[in-house]
Design a protein around this ligand. Structure first.
Ligand SMILES: Cc1cc2nc3c(=O)[nH]c(=O)nc-3n(C[C@H](O)[C@H](O)[C@H](O)COP(=O)(O)O)c2cc1C
Length: 192
């Protein structure tokens, strides 16, 4: 079981990165392997570009940059996203990664007859979102439900990828967060 862990945060010293490492450690302890992809340090460009438009319209092949991102997902048995919540959603860097990498023709296929082929049914997805607000705030405004609708359903269901867990890591100190991260890693391998 090999997991690709995408982390989207500019600081390697952040709790977000420590969470990604704790997930990776737990995956290793339970017999799996993983690769942490630090898309900030790698300099991934989140901007939707003319080449993305051409690929979306199937007027040109994907660029090597996007093909490489898709290839490392293809090498994985599971995809884990670890990110801080910015404005009740992904950081712009991760949103741009999703816009560009989960592309038409690869993650899903919009056919000429208007139907959609969902192409990521083989890829379990695990989400770990860190936030600064407390759970009461999330509950009062329905923010977590909104995130699940937008991300789990709107993005991953659209591509057919089963979302196995969506963990909202808020309201607790680093120790509890990292303990919860280890449980996420265990579940990536064992499914429980
Ligand atoms: C631009 C920005 C927007 C943020 N928006 C939210 C938000 O909508 N909800 C929330 O709970 N926390 C929000 N936060 C707080 C971050 O989620 C929090 O600082 C981060 O998860 C802490 O993790 P780190 O120590 O790894 O940076 C925001 C932070 C920034 C910088």
């Amino acid at each position: 079981m090999h997991a690709l862990i995408i982390v989207s945060h500019p600081l390697a010293t952040s709790l977000t990165h420590a969470t990604a490492r704790a997930i990776a450690d737990a995956i290793g302890e339970h017999g799996g392997s993983s690769e942490i992809a630090d898309i900030s340090a790698e300099g991934f460009d989140p901007r939707w570009s003319p080449s993305d438009v051409a690929a979306f319209l199937k007027e040109a092949p994907q660029t090597p940059e996007i093909l490489a991102e898709q290839a490392r997902i293809d090498r994985a048995d599971a995809l884990v996203l670890v990110y801080p919540i910015y404005w009740w959603s992904f950081p712009a860097l991760l949103k741009g990664w999703i816009d560009r990498v989960l592309a038409n023709g690869w993650a899903y296929d919009e056919r000429d007859d208007g139907s959609i082929e969902r192409k990521l049914g083989h890829l379990p997805v695990h989400l770990a979102a860190l936030g600064g607000a407390d759970l009461r705030t999330y509950a009062r405004h329905g923010y977590f439900g909104a995130m699940r609708t937008q991300i789990d359903h709107g993005i991953f269901d659209y591509c057919g990828a089963p979302v196995i867990q969506t963990e909202l890591l808020v309201d607790s100190g680093p120790e509890v967060t990292l303990e919860r991260a280890r449980k996420i890693g265990r579940r990536v391998v064992l499914g429980k």
